[in-house]
Design a protein around this ligand. Structure first.
Ligand SMILES: [Zn+2]
Ligand SMILES: [Zn+2]
Length: 434
């Protein structure tokens, strides 16, 4: 493929991935599609358990749901040989450049969609264009379809240009939503001196780029299962142990915890289900929530207090309470010198008409959210390397995680040219000081 073919393929790849939205750990069609394109480029991607540690997957859906998603992918034409290699495990990794050379840079592209039903309103471009999610209740409402397409475009551009001096590794990571997937791929950045993740949108307009986000918040995603005892709601309520009341009390208690005054922090319950009939004392309730904080210490303290609230509410109503962690990411910040190096490259790039490729390039921006790219960033930094989290501006139809979220595809090509420049520079020069 030459650059013109790749530029034309970029929105097409994005739209194909968009139509096949698959939530975390069920990205079977997505993984097979991505790996198939990489193979067509002459590359040798590793997929599923070849690329990640199956046993380190967090917040994994039931085996039945995984099997159903795999069957669906097969029914939608996913490559059977690739599905066979994947087994029950999604995700892919591919290396570009000389096998004998070290890996100079790893880049993370996430694959997953959200458990959300996409808008079918005619003003929503994917609906109007016929590529809205074909999977009810699953929707690319965070732009990870664009990320995966950028990863493919990057592989294609690097393959089509001059050979790389050192290797570049592309991680196609499952289950970013809920910060569940990165830990299972941690091995892929071991000994790698540079790491870069890119997210599209996040409030920045098309034409802009921020190369070094700071303040990625530590987050713990938790499930609490309250178990009580069912009873007749009129004849013998005293014999019941009401799991629904315990969970509802916990919900209010969690939101009532004091905020910390010395940095951003959040607590949120997004789901509460319990009971089954109006006239029966509920014997089971499930609460799903999350804590976030700008330092790991604050995050640990907040989650410890959240545990106290959950267990305390359960005790009030004589209930059992089982708390499990369904996802976890540390706090992280980009390295300023690496971000400056990345920004310098972005500023040096020109369009075919000779204008700057980006209208604005910032070295720093506050994140105000979480991403499990932080798992990779912290690992690379702890080993003496440098990491950055970049935001590629894109005009959005609606905010992230909204049913009518959509990106501006015009933002993709400049982002891709910058990523190619980054890979070529780091592969030959090392990528800044340190
Ligand atoms: Zn998201
Ligand atoms: Zn996202």
């Amino acid at each position: 493929m030459d650059a013109r073919d790749i530029r034309a393929a970029l929105p097409r790849w994005r739209q194909q991935l968009h139509a096949h939205a698959e939530e975390g750990w069920t990205e079977f069609w997505t993984t097979a599609h991505v790996a198939g394109i990489l193979q067509d480029l002459g590359l040798s991607p590793r997929v599923g358990a070849e690329a990640l540690d199956r046993t380190a997957r967090m917040g994994l859906p039931s085996p039945q749901r995984l099997a159903a998603a795999r069957r669906r992918a097969s029914g939608e034409g996913a490559d059977e040989a690739l599905l066979h290699r994947m087994g029950d495990c999604t995700g892919a990794v591919v290396d570009l450049g000389p096998q004998a050379a070290p890996v100079a840079l790893a880049l993370r592209f996430d694959l997953d969609a959200l458990p959300l039903t996409e808008s079918h309103a005619p003003e929503h471009a994917p609906a109007a264009g016929g590529y809205a999610s074909r999977h009810a209740g699953q929707c690319h409402a965070c732009g990870h379809d664009a990320h995966a397409a950028l990863g493919l475009g990057l592989a294609a551009l690097l393959q089509s240009g001059p050979p790389l001096r050192q290797r570049v590794r592309l991680l196609f990571q499952p289950a970013e939503e809920g910060v569940r997937g990165a830990a299972a791929m941690l091995e892929q950045v071991r000994g790698v001196p540079r790491f870069l993740a890119v997210h599209i949108g996040l409030g920045l307009p098309t034409g802009t780029l921020a190369t070094g986000a700071t303040g990625l918040m530590a987050s713990t995603k938790f499930d609490a299962v309250f178990s009580g005892r069912a009873a007749h709601a009129a004849k013998a309520p005293q014999q019941g142990r009401d799991a629904l009341k315990g969970a509802a009390t916990a919900l209010l208690g969690l939101h009532d915890l004091p905020r910390y005054g010395d940095g951003e922090n959040r607590i949120h319950v997004g789901e509460l289900r319990g009971g089954g009939a109006r006239n029966v004392v509920a014997d089971r309730a499930v609460l799903r929530g999350e804590t976030r904080a700008v330092t790991c210490e604050m995050a640990d303290d907040l989650f410890a207090r959240a545990r106290d609230v959950l267990e305390g509410a359960a005790a009030m109503y004589g209930l059992g309470c089982r708390i499990s962690v369904a996802g976890q990411a540390p706090a992280a910040a980009s390295d300023a010198d690496f971000a400056a190096f990345l920004a310098g490259l972005a500023r040096s790039l020109r369009t075919e008409q000779g204008r700057p490729l980006f209208t604005q390039v910032r070295e720093q921006t506050a994140m105000g959210a979480s991403d499990d790219a932080a798992v990779f960033m912290r690992a690379v930094q702890a080993a003496g390397g440098k990491a950055a989290y970049a935001i590629l501006g894109s005009d959005l139809e609606a905010g992230h995680h909204a049913p009518n979220f959509d990106i501006d595809e015009a933002s993709l090509w400049p982002g891709l040219l910058w990523l190619e420049a980054v890979c070529r520079a780091v592969s030959s020069e090392g990528g800044g000081e340190g």
